[in-house]
Design a protein around this ligand. Structure first.
Ligand SMILES: *[C@@H]1O[C@H](CO)[C@@H](O)[C@H](O)[C@H]1NC(C)=O
Ligand SMILES: *[C@@H]1O[C@H](CO)[C@@H](O)[C@H](O)[C@H]1NC(C)=O
Ligand SMILES: *[C@@H]1O[C@H](CO)[C@@H](O)[C@H](O)[C@H]1NC(C)=O
Length: 383
C-alpha cells in the first residue's frame, strides 16, 4: 500500500465508502482499471500455510483445489477440509479485507476431465454442481469460484461448458438478489489460446458466453513443453517462439482476436520450471537434443528449487531474449523457467496489450517474493 500516492488512495476510499453491499456502478467501473494480480495456493503445501502469503502483492488468491463428487456432482467436504477452507478465507481477509478469495474446482488429471464432461452434459447435474459451488462459497466466506476444467475435450463439451456458464451466472445473480450480498465472482482457468487441437480434436471456447458470464479467465500460458516430449529442451512458457505459434504472445493475441474482452483476459505466469537431461552437454540451447527428464519431481521444479539447484551445482544461467525465458545448465541437467527479468518483460507486454492482469501458479514457488514483487512495483495503479 505504501506505493499508492495520495490521490489514488483518496479515490480508493471514496469508491469503497460509496459502495453498499448492493451492486455498485462505481465499484465495477473502478474495478475494471484495477489489475487482477492473482495467485493459486496449493492446499497441499504443508510448509506454506495461508498466513505465509504476502497479501500486499495480490488482489485475488485461489484455493486449489476442491473436487465435486463424481456421482452427485456436489462438494462433500470432510472436517479437515472444512477447517482448511475456513482458515484460508479468514486468514487472508484478516490480513487484507479487500483481497478476493476464490476456491478453484478441478485441476489437471484424466478423472477430472471426465467428471466435468459428465457434469456439464445434463441440466440436472449442472444444477447440482452450480448450487453446491454457491453453497460452499457462502458457507466458507469465499468471494467467488474458479472452474479449472483442463480441458473440455470435444465440441460437445464446449457447448455444455457454454450452458454451464450461462446457468451459473443466472444462479449467482439470483442468489445475490435473495441474500442481498454482492454476486459471487466467477472465473475459469483455460488453455493458453481459445482454439484447442489436442488429441486431434478441434474445439474452441465459447468466447461470447465467457464475455457475458465470467468475470475473467486465467489463461494458462505455460507447459508448452515438458516431460511428455523428451527429444528436445524447450522454453515452457515462452513469450515468443520464433519457430512456432506455441507461445504466450500468440495465445493472448488469439484470445483478443476471438473478441474476448481484454479486461477479462488474465495471463498465467509459472513459478516453476521444466527440466531435461541433455544428450550432449556442449549442445545446451533451447531446442537442444535431450534424452530424458532432468532434476525435480517428474522433471518439474519450483522457482525456489531451481535457484537452490543452480547455487548448489554452480549452474550457468542464460537469459534468452528471443523467447523471453531463462534456462540453467549444469552438466547434462537443463532447466527452463522464468525469473524476475522474464516476468518483468511479460508483465510489461501484458500491460501494453491492456489486458486484465496476470496470475501465478503457484504462490509457494517464489523465493523471497522476488518475482511476485516485480508485478506489484510496476502495476500498482495502471495496467
Ligand atoms: C468415482 O470415483 C471413484 C473413486 O475416485 C471411482 O472408484 C469410481 O469408479 C468413480 N465413479 C464414476 C461413476 O466415475
Ligand atoms: C489457521 O491455521 C493456523 C495453523 O494451523 C493457525 O495457527 C491459525 O490460528 C489459523 N487461523 C485461523 C484464522 O483459523
Ligand atoms: C501461426 O498462426 C497463423 C494464423 O493464426 C498461421 O497463418 C500460421 O501458419 C501459423 N504458423 C505456424 C508455424 O503454425
Amino acid at each position: 500500500m505504501k506505493f499508492l500516492n495520495p490521490p489514488t488512495l483518496f479515490l480508493v476510499i471514496i469508491s469503497l465508502t460509496m459502495c453498499s453491499d448492493q451492486t455498485c456502478a462505481m465499484n465495477s467501473m473502478y474495478s475494471s482499471h484495477v489489475p487482477n494480480k492473482g495467485a493459486y495456493w496449493p492446499s497441499w503445501s504443508i510448509d506454506f500455510p495461508p498466513s505465509a502469503i504476502d497479501t500486499t502483492l495480490f488482489t485475488h488468491v485461489y484455493y486449489a483445489f476442491l473436487s465435486p463428487s463424481n456421482v452427485t456432482f456436489k462438494f462433500e467436504i470432510d472436517y479437515p477440509t472444512a477447517l482448511s477452507l475456513k482458515n484460508f478465507t479468514t486468514t487472508l481477509h484478516e490480513k487484507k479485507p479487500s483481497i478476493k478469495t476464490l476456491f478453484s474446482t478441478g485441476g489437471a488429471g484424466e478423472d477430472l476431465k471426465i467428471l466435468f464432461s459428465r457434469m456439464a452434459l445434463g441440466h440436472d447435474s449442472r444444477k447440482s454442481f452450480i448450487c453446491s459451488t454457491i453453497e460452499v462459497a457462502r458457507k466458507f466466506e469465499f468471494d467467488g469460484v474458479d472452474l479449472d476444467w483442463e480441458f473440455p475435450q470435444t465440441p460437445t463439451d464446449m457447448v455444455n461448458f457454454r450452458h454451464l456458464l450461462h446457468e451459473w451466472r443466472v444462479a449467482v445473480k439470483k442468489e445475490a438478489r435473495s441474500s442481498g450480498r454482492p454476486q459471487l465472482l466467477l472465473s475459469a482457468a483455460t488453455y493458453y489460446k481459445p482454439e484447442i487441437t489436442l488429441d486431434n480434436v478441434y474445439r474452441t471456447y465459447p468466447v461470447a458466453s465467457i464475455n457475458k458470464n465470467l468475470d475473467w479467465i486465467n489463461a494458462m500460458c505455460y507447459d508448452y513443453h515438458g516431460g511428455w516430449d523428451l527429444t528436445a529442451t524447450g522454453a515452457h512458457a515462452a513469450l515468443y517462439d520464433p519457430n512456432s505459434n506455441v507461445s504466450t504472445s500468440y495465445g493472448l493475441h488469439s484470445w483478443i482476436k476471438a473478441k474476448l474482452k481484454k479486461e477479462k483476459l488474465v495471463m498465467g505466469l509459472p513459478l516453476y520450471g521444466h527440466s531435461w537431461q541433455l544428450k550432449d552437454p556442449s549442445l545446451y540451447g533451447i531446442g537442444a537434443p535431450a534424452v530424458d527428464i532432468g532434476p525435480g519431481d517428474k522433471g518439474q521444479m519450483s522457482y525456489i528449487e531451481v535457484e537452490k539447484f543452480n547455487a548448489q551445482n554452480n549452474a550457468m544461467v542464460v537469459y534468452d531474449l528471443s523467447t523471453v525465458s531463462v534456462y540453467s545448465v549444469a552438466g547434462t541437467s537443463w532447466i527452463g523457467y522464468d525469473d524476475v527479468r522474464s516476468v518483468k518483460s511479460k508483465i510489461e507486454y501484458a500491460r501494453t496489450l491492456k489486458i486484465g492482469g496476470y496470475f501465478f501458479w503457484a504462490v509457494d514457488g517464489d523465493k523471497d517474493w522476488k518475482i511476485s514483487q516485480e508485478g506489484m512495483l510496476q502495476f500498482y495503479i495502471q495496467f
